[in-house]
Every structure is written in structure tokens, then in C-alpha cells.
Design a protein around this ligand. Sequence first.
Ligand code: UD1
Length: 427
Amino acid sequence: MDKFIIEGGSVLTGTIPISGSKNAALPLMAASLLLDGTTKLTNIPDLVDIRTFCNVLRVTGAKVTYSAEEQSLLIDPENIYYPESPYDLVRKMRASFYMLGALLGRMGEAKVSLPGGCAWGPRPVDLHIEGLKALGASIELDKGYVLASRPAEGLKGGSFNLSPSSVGATVNLILASVLGSNTCVISNAAKEPDVVQLCYFLKQAGADIQGEGSSQITVKGVKQLNAVQFRNASDRIETGTFMILAAMHPLNKIKLTNADPEELGHFLSWFHKTGASTKIDKDIIEIIPPKIINAVSVATEVYPGFPTDLQAQWATLMTLANGESVVTDSIYSDRFSYVPELGRLGASVKVKNNSAIIKGPNKMAGTSIMSTDLRASVSLVMAAMFATGISQVLRVYHLDRGYERLEDKLNGVGASIRRVTEQHESE
Ligand code: UD1
């Protein structure tokens, strides 16, 4: 199991290229099963989650070829025959649950494992199931699996209101309804860029979808979709992560390239409240860090609000800010496993209900800390980079799920991070 040895105190200078988005790529990969012919996706990052999802697709009989060098993916579903996603794969990555909509849409039936719990508490899928039922699918639960089927001509159609709005459920409902002969209306649909991109992709393939990016999406079933070539978006969460990192030291001089500033939503306005400023030129974002970081409280919301995937990184920045701030997660209330680890570095952070209360500025000193999930892990790496002395961040496999070559990118701008593979680390 790999760990990072991090020497704190480096000033960061240089350019970091942003990779393709993981969360946007996964729905495209599932949707490729609905297209006739070989689809080519580009700007696909080399991440453990992408490789896991390639295997999820291969289980069905689809031909999947990933090139890390080209960052491209070829998906040909011509010989698809097996409408299942087994527990062993789904438990590794919840996005595998997108196979429910994709297999139902393509093959008319699906057997997909329920994803189960997650490091930050329950992440229900009831809306995915209720939504599919409302649109005309038959669904049964059996021994931890969802068994779904639909009439041969496609879902019967109808409308479903998502309460609360859910990215995952919106994606699944679109995937299930895009092939067919009826109309499905999703209200309170997710407006996240990942959903909008999925709709653009499907429309390029011949789908009839209206309203993407608004709270009502209308999908009129079509008979056939044809393979396309499509470039995946830049990772807005990686972009936000490195912007926060750049703001953590007044002498940092960081430029991000291949970014998509438009997709940051309202994050930019909170970022500027810290005293940081940005110079944006097309896909380049230059960050000018504040001399003194202002304490800025945030609460996560659906897009374009503050993303739940950036709250741990924000809390880490706030440990260096001047004053008290509160980081509230209204999407996932238990997502604070990183807080005790920040405490081990010397930060003053307490969790109350679904909020972290941070009293800054803190002086942190390097020690051993443990990664618990993807975004928590990157926050601990960031904290360790600004703590004095040496830190060990254990279990960095979480990071490899969602940050492409993190240590290479950060060492490239002056960080001191060494990856160590320990075969016999005790659990
Ligand atoms: C969420 C984030 C997404 C992020 C991902 C991984 C939001 C809106 N979504 O997506 O940006 O990339 O985590 O970190 O910020 N819910 C139900 N029943 C369901 C599905 C969801 O009650 O069937 C609830 C969830 O508990 C949550 C909210 O709806 O409170 C939003 O969930 P959803 O968008 O589906 O979560 P993810 O797809 O995991």
C-alpha cells in the first residue's frame, strides 16, 4: 500500500496542466454502450477509477481499449451480451451504478449490484430506482442486486421529480430513456456540467434531449444512436483543488492550463473573498495568493453552488486563514473524516452536526496522517505541504482514484513528495 512522504514548507512556482474530468468521463463511458459503432473519447485521465470502469464495461462483452499515452478510450458495444455489473466491481466505485440505466437502455434488462455504503456515510440510490419505475421500468431487489427490465419498445415514458436533485439519478434516468419511442421528463434535474456534457454527447450521437443545464430535462426516445468522437471536459474539481493549494502561501506563483473556468460556477466568488485573485485567459488560470487569507465560511450546494467535492480542501485552506470559519456540507453531512487528521497536524477544527468549525490561523507540524477518501486525501496532502517538517500520508490509493499523477504534478512546481510502496504495512 503506497504512502507519501512529504517535506513541508515548499513555495510553489510554475504551471500545472489540468487533466480530463473523472466525474464527467464516467457517464460518457456508460453512455457509449448505447451507441452503434466504436465511440472514441479523448481527454480521458489515467486514473484507477477509469480503469475500474473499463472493466465494468468489459464484463458486458463490450470491447474497450484505453490508451494512457493518448488519453483516449475506444468503446465498441457490438458484441454486448451480458447485462450485469457484479458486486466486486460496483463496490469499488459507486459510479458503476450508471450501468443500471445504460444496460436497461441498450439491452432492455439489467442486473446491477447495489453500491452499499461509503466512507462518508449512506449514499442512497432510491431516487434512481423510483425514477426508473415511474418512467415504466419493472424493478425488483434480490440479494443485494437490482433487477430491472423494460418493455421491448422502450420505457413507457412519463415524468419524475427528483427530490433532492441528484447527479447520479439524473444520469441514470437519461441513459435509460434516450433509446425508445416515448418521452420522459425529469424535473428538478441536476444542472451539473457532468450532466450537461452527457446530454451534448448523446445529442451529437442523435439523441433528442432538451433542457440540459436547466432544472427540467425532456428526453424523447430515438430508435438509434451512432458512435461519435468526443472530447471530455477538464476536471473542475482538480482545478478548484489546485486553486486552493495555490492560495495557501503568499509566495506561490501557480498557473493552471487546460482548465475550464466557466465550469467553476460560483466557486470563483468564494475564492476571491479569501483575498486571492485570478487572471483568466481562455483555458489558463493564474492565481495570485492573498498576503493574509481571509476566513470565508461556505456551505455546499448543488451546481453552481459550492461543490461538496471541494469542501475538505477549503477547510484545509481555512486552517491558515485569519479568524473563524464554518464549512457546512448540505449534500453529504458526514463528509468530515479528514478533520481528526488535520487535528493531528495541529489544526484547530471541530465538527458540529454537518459543519466543520475552523479557528485559524494554525501552525501545523508534520506527522503521520491517514487518507480516508479521495477528497479528504488530497486535503491532507495539501495540509502536509504547508506543515513544518516531514509528514507521512498513508493509504494514498484513494488519491490514485481521482488525481492523475498528483505527486508528479506537484513536484513539478516545487513540492517535495515521495511515493513509497510498503508491502507489509499493517492495517
Ligand atoms: C455527488 C455530488 C457530485 C460529486 C459526487 C462525488 C452534488 C449534487 N452531487 O454526486 O457533484 O461529484 O457526489 O463526490 O453535489 N440522494 C438521494 N437518493 C438518491 C440519490 C441521491 O437521497 O437516490 C441524495 C444524496 O444523499 C445527496 C443528494 O441527493 O444528499 C445529491 O446526491 P447525488 O448528486 O446523486 O450524489 P452523487 O451522484 O454521488
